[in-house]
Ligand binder design. Sequence first.
Ligand SMILES: O=C[C@H](O)COP(=O)(O)O
Length: 256
Amino acid sequence: MIRKPIFAANWKMNIGPSETEDFAKSFLSKVQNRTFPADIVIAPPFVSLAKAAEILGNVSSIALAAQNCSQYDSGAYTGEISGMMLKEFFVHYVILGHSERRAIFGETDEVINAKVRKARELNLKPIFCIGETLDERKAGQLEKVLRTQVSQGLKGVTERDLQDIVIAYEPVWAIGTGVTATAEQAQEAHAFVRSLVAEQFGNDAAAKIRIQYGGSVKPGNAAELMACPDIDGALIGGASLEPQSFLDIIQNGAPA
Ligand SMILES: O=C[C@H](O)COP(=O)(O)O
């Protein structure tokens, strides 16, 4: 297998510290002593990371992610969390450029690029999110939007750094809506994103980079989506909030 699939649970602003304890213990009991042909990542809210790290921090089959991090190291940045701080909680991945960060909190390609580069400087692995809105898709701008997001978001990133970056293609219209992209739509977009990486970094880098799909992934549609040749796992929101549902997606998407 050239690319190991990666399944990441993005809890968004759900599951506080006490619920994290319940989730982590339950999930751990289901995965303990088992091996999966996939990387498993869980991204709790910042305040739940300590509890998640306490229970899952030393579990080699599960990695923790943050849902965001600052592009700055330290100082007068009220409300921000630095990558160095995250590393104290066994955090190895960080979700950057999620469409909710872009649309609701105004993060630009430039800011996201600064965060991606800072994360790599600190040896954190970005899960770099891209994706078009429904209006953009309807207007025939899918490729233009993805091209801009990839070229701007990964500007100045080295080929070496790229090996520790995961791209998450998430069509905004499929996020939290129950409307999943069809396997054909997802595959087409993923192949295009891979071709963009090839243009920017070369064919070898493009063949190696993992591109996750995100947007209403459920246990029932995971297998069909993951069977697509350019889809290397999933970034899961709603269906990752329950341990069995998250596990079912992993098992259906990457059967042992
Ligand atoms: O980060 C996850 C995505 O935004 C997908 O969310 P969803 O699975 O609830 O549609």
